[in-house]
Design a protein around this ligand. Structure first.
Ligand code: GAR
Length: 201
């Protein structure tokens, strides 16, 4: 049984896709052991609780400095001994100690085809605004391993999505979620859980 911790910051639609896939059996041999948010009011925490998954908030403002915040985030993970850490819209730069301790066992979903529209400052709706401003005709989503840099780790899977005339950032974001993110992330977790994709080294 793969023990998965999910880290979130916001609405948690990717978390919901993971929960649904575990419950329907599309993700096999997996237990969601904890959802960790850096925002106390993240709707993702409600989604977790509604499905009987332990949900905890670890916020910067509840800690005296960045070091204490980082230590608390790491402790919240260590307590549940996850095999895999999934960043599903977690908009905090990971503490370096976390990347070191869980190297090869942290994956992230990014709402573009890396190496396009990624790196510092490219998150959430900003990614889609940038894609539309550049006029690309195809975008998509990427699941990748997390390393020290922002969006620099090895790519695991990508799915392309068409940009259509008249798209707004919100419309494009929704299409990328529906046609790529909510499909790709559960697929990758299932591949890891069933041993088709090896993690940890
Ligand atoms: C998702 O689109 C995810 O790919 C993105 O934030 C959104 C979270 O939505 N992540 C990043 O931009 C990371 N760089 P959600 O809370 O509804 O899953």
């Amino acid at each position: 049984m793969l023990r998965v911790a999910v880290m979130v910051s916001g609405g948690g639609t990717n978390l919901q896709a993971i929960i649904d896939a575990v419950e329907s059996g599309k993700i096999r041999d997996t237990k969601l052991v904890r959802v960790i948010s850096n925002k106390a009011d993240a709707y993702a925490l409600t989604r977790a609780k509604e499905h009987g998954i332990e949900a905890v908030a670890v916020t910067r403002k509840d800690h005296a400095d960045k070091e204490a915040f980082h230590a608390a985030l790491l402790a919240a993970l260590d307590e549940v001994k996850p095999d895999l850490v999934v960043l599903a819209g977690f908009l905090v730069v990971l503490p370096p100690e976390m990347v070191q301790r869980y190297r090869g066992r942290i994956i992230n979903i990014h709402p573009a085809l890396i190496p396009s529209f990624c790196g510092d400052g490219f998150y959430g709706l900003k990614v889609h605004e940038a894609a539309l401003a550049r006029g690309v005709k195809v975008t998509g989503a990427t699941v990748h391993f997390v390393e020290e840099g922002t969006d620099t780790g090895p790519i695991i899977a990508q799915k392309a999505v068409e940009v259509l005339p008249g798209d707004t950032p919100e419309v494009l974001q929704k299409r990328v979620m529906e046609q790529a993110e909510w499909i790709l992330l559960p697929q990758v977790i299932d591949e890891i859980a069933t041993g088709r994709l090896k993690i940890g080294g």
